[in-house]
Every structure is written in C-alpha cells, then in structure tokens.
Design a protein around this ligand. Structure first.
Ligand code: MN
Length: 433
C-alpha cells in the first residue's frame, strides 16, 4: 500500500482549540479515536482527542456530511467496532472533516458544546476486543529471553520464517489506569523434579509492546494478501503485556504462555489512526546478512519500503516511595518500534493465511520491542538479566521484578522534520498485592 500524506499533515496547521497547538501528543494533525463519557454523565460514546480536550462524535454527527457523518454515527455507541469495520476510506473522511472544522475558527461556536476537558472524562477500552493475539516480533527480545530460558538454543529455527504468536486472552484487557492485581499460580520448582510452589508471583514483569487494531475484517477461508493487509489495520495503541515469569517458566512448554499472561493486559485509550501515522512510516530494517528472505506470501516490495513505524517508546517506573517523596518517575528504557522483525502487514497476512477470519476490534500485540541497543530493553527480565542483577533507581531503591505499589508508565511518540510531532498518550498501571 502506498503511503500518502495530505493537507491534514500540514505542520503549520493550527487549531482554535488552543491547547492542541504544540501539544506533545494530540495536535490537530493526530486526532486519535477514543471512547469516553463526559463529566456531566451519560453513556460512553466515541470521541477524538484534540489538545487537552475530547470532541464528542455523537454530538457533532448532524453537522457532518456523507462518509464523515456515517463515521461519526457509527462512533456514537459505547464501542468503535462498527466504525473500524468500515475501513480506511470512512476513517479518512472523518479525519478530513474534523481537521477542516478544527482548523477553521468559523466552526468554534458550533463545536464548543461538544468539547470536554479530557481529564474530567472517563475513558474506556475503545473497542470490543473479540480476539487478542500476541506476537513475538522483537528479535532482540526473543534472543534475550531465549538465552535465559534455553541457553543452548535461544532462537528456534522457525523464528525467521514464521511470525511467532499465540492466541491470548481478551477478557482481561483493561484500560490504562486500572490497578493490576498480582497473580498467584504454580511456579517453577527450585530443583528439577521438585514439587512446584503455589503462591503470588515473585517475578512479575511488564512488556513494552504496541497494539495493532484490526479494522475491516475478512471472511472465514479468505486470507488477506500482503498487499491488502494495511487496509485491514485501523491504527495502533500502547500495550503492556504483564507477565509472571516464575509462572511462565513452569507452564510455557509445550504449548506456550497461559496463566503467566492471561491475568491482565493494559491498553492505552487512544487509537492513533494509520492516516495520522502516514508521515512517520519508514523502511522495514533490512534483515541481517545470512537471514532467509520471507516466503512469497509475506513478501511485498512496498511493504518493505514503508511497512515500519517511526515511533519511539519510553518506559518509566514510579515506586510508592517515589510518589510519596514527590520524585519524578525513573526511566527504564527507550527504543524504536522498528525493532519488529516482521511488519504489521506481515502479521495480518500471516494470521489469516490459513483462513482465520479477523474481526474489527481484534487486537494484535507486537511482542516486546527491545531495541538491541543500550537502554533499549523492553522488560525487567532483560534489564536485570533474569533477576540476577538488580537495577538501581534514581532514589537508590533497587528492583529485580515489580513490587506492590510500583507503577509502570509507557508512552510513545512519532516525530520527523517537516511534520508536527504526534503522541500515543500513556499506558500506565499500579501493581497491587
Ligand atoms: Mn508479550
């Protein structure tokens, strides 16, 4: 798919919603979708972030025309699945109409009553996630984890041919801000052949990932070809795939992760659309010398040229003590989304190649995106070398894994010369006992 920019990406465009101008996440060039309920009460409904405000789509549907009006009507309910299902043209029509109104002062009077301060609103998971699949595209993460779990055999031979993934649990996906209860479970025995201890996980970890939202679905038995795959992607959010490493180490063979990851996953509130991301699309990094080329059904020249996302992700921790003392969160890592060994399009195509039908609102996790550079580890198990080497935080506290009261804060943004910076907001949650 060719990626094109248009008038909605003009870096000089400003909005009469003044907080949008220079906003680090939500300038008028972004316009991410969300589901919210306004401070005055009322049912959850679709909205769009603009600066510090949320624009109520249900409230303005009447003022829009054609596809844009359809889009706003489809976004009027408590979940955005019906809008996502309509695909890129309808999403684009909405973006164009909103951009035009939000940059033209003549519309300010009419729209003012449909704007709410975001911090006063309640936010919700924006779509019903029928199915959630977590991939494993971060090759540096796969190598790091593989060498901890299987020192002799870190990267299995299928990795460079198959986008590795597993079907996760959608019922436990929660919005940013919801506390995460530490899971209990069977843990790997200290000695081989021993009885597994049962109790609260002592090796609770986060995983820095991005979530890819499926838009238009496909029929059962009708695979999505690689050159059409992006038409089925609605946008991206930040995803934290909480992981209990001691439970994982005991249960993961032979069928992969289960209770170690199904207790809770956290998603950021905003779907940043493919159109908003257009200026930041970039080349898929070339495979290292000697790696096999992808099979034919995963190969597309255009996808290799523009299939990656120039998005930077940052992870912070704020312990209970840090919050008590008024300290700033401590940065744990930073890294680019281009750490994906497979493109988003390749994930969609592979997922459907056997005939699996993707549904609007399905969520694909990229897998932990460790950069391969210093400060680029996307999880604590990597940062602490399997829990053997504690990290020292700015206030002198140490951590191997997460303790009760710890808050993990993830954020992400895209920037490029000649374009307005956009952000994905935050994905955060506190661990409770
Ligand atoms: Mn994961």
């Amino acid at each position: 798919m060719t990626i094109e920019t248009d008038f909605t990406h003009d870096a000089d465009a400003t909005s009469w919603v003044e907080s949008a101008n220079g906003h680090p996440h939500f300038p008028v060039q972004n316009l991410p979708l969300c589901v919210f309920s306004p401070p005055k009460g009322g049912e959850p409904r679709g909205g769009v972030a603009i600066g510090d405000m949320i624009l109520d789509l249900a409230d303005i549907a009447d003022t829009l025309e054609l596809d844009a009006a359809t889009a706003a009507q489809l976004a009027s309910g408590p979940k955005l699945n019906d809008l996502l299902q309509r695909g890129p043209e309808t999403m684009r029509a909405l973006r164009h109409a909103l951009f035009t109104m939000l940059t033209d002062d003549n519309h300010s009077k009419a729209l003012e009553s449909a704007l709410y301060k975001a911090e006063d609103c309640d936010l919700y998971v924006p779509a019903t996630v029928g199915d959630y699949t977590d991939f494993y595209t971060g090759i540096h993460h796969a190598e790091n984890i593989g060498s901890l779990f299987r020192p002799d055999n870190p990267l299995l031979p299928n990795y460079k041919y198959v986008p590795i993934g597993y079907h996760g649990r959608s019922s436990s996906i929660r919005l940013s801000g919801k506390d995460v209860k530490r899971p209990s479970g069977q843990k790997k025995p200290a000695e081989e052949g021993g009885k597994p201890p049962f109790g609260p996980s002592a090796r609770l970890d986060y995983e820095m990932e991005m979530g890819i939202w499926i838009g238009k679905g496909n029929g059962l038995g009708q695979p999505i070809p690689i050159d059409k795959a992006e038409e089925h992607i609605a946008g991206i959010s930040i995803l934290n795939d909480w992981s209990a490493r001691d439970i994982q180490a005991w249960e993961y063979q032979p069928l992969g992760p289960f209770l170690a990851k199904n207790f809770h996953s956290t998603i950021s509130p905003w779907i940043v659309t493919m159109d908003a991301l257009a200026p930041f699309r970039t080349q898929q990094p070339p495979r290292p010398e000697g790696d096999p080329a992808p099979l034919e059904y995963l190969s597309d020249e255009e996808d290799q040229k523009t299939g990656a996302f120039g998005v930077t992700m940052d992870v912070f921790i704020s312990t209970a003590k840090m919050r008590e003392d008024g300290d700033e969160p401590h940065q744990l890592s930073t890294g680019p989304m281009t750490a994906m060994y497979w493109t988003a399009a390749q994930l969609v195509t592979h997922h459907s190649v056997g005939g699996c039908n993707m549904m609007p609102g399905d969520l694909l996790g990229t897998g932990t995106l460790t950069s391969g550079e210093e400060d680029g580890e996307g999880s604590l198990i990597e940062l602490t070398q399997g829990g053997k080497k504690p990290i020292i935080l700015a206030n002198g506290e140490t951590r191997t894994f997460l303790e009760d009261g710890d808050e993990v804060i993830m954020t992400a943004y895209a920037e490029k010369d000649g374009f307005a910076r956009i952000g994905l907001g935050e994905c955060r949650a506190v661990i409770t006992g």
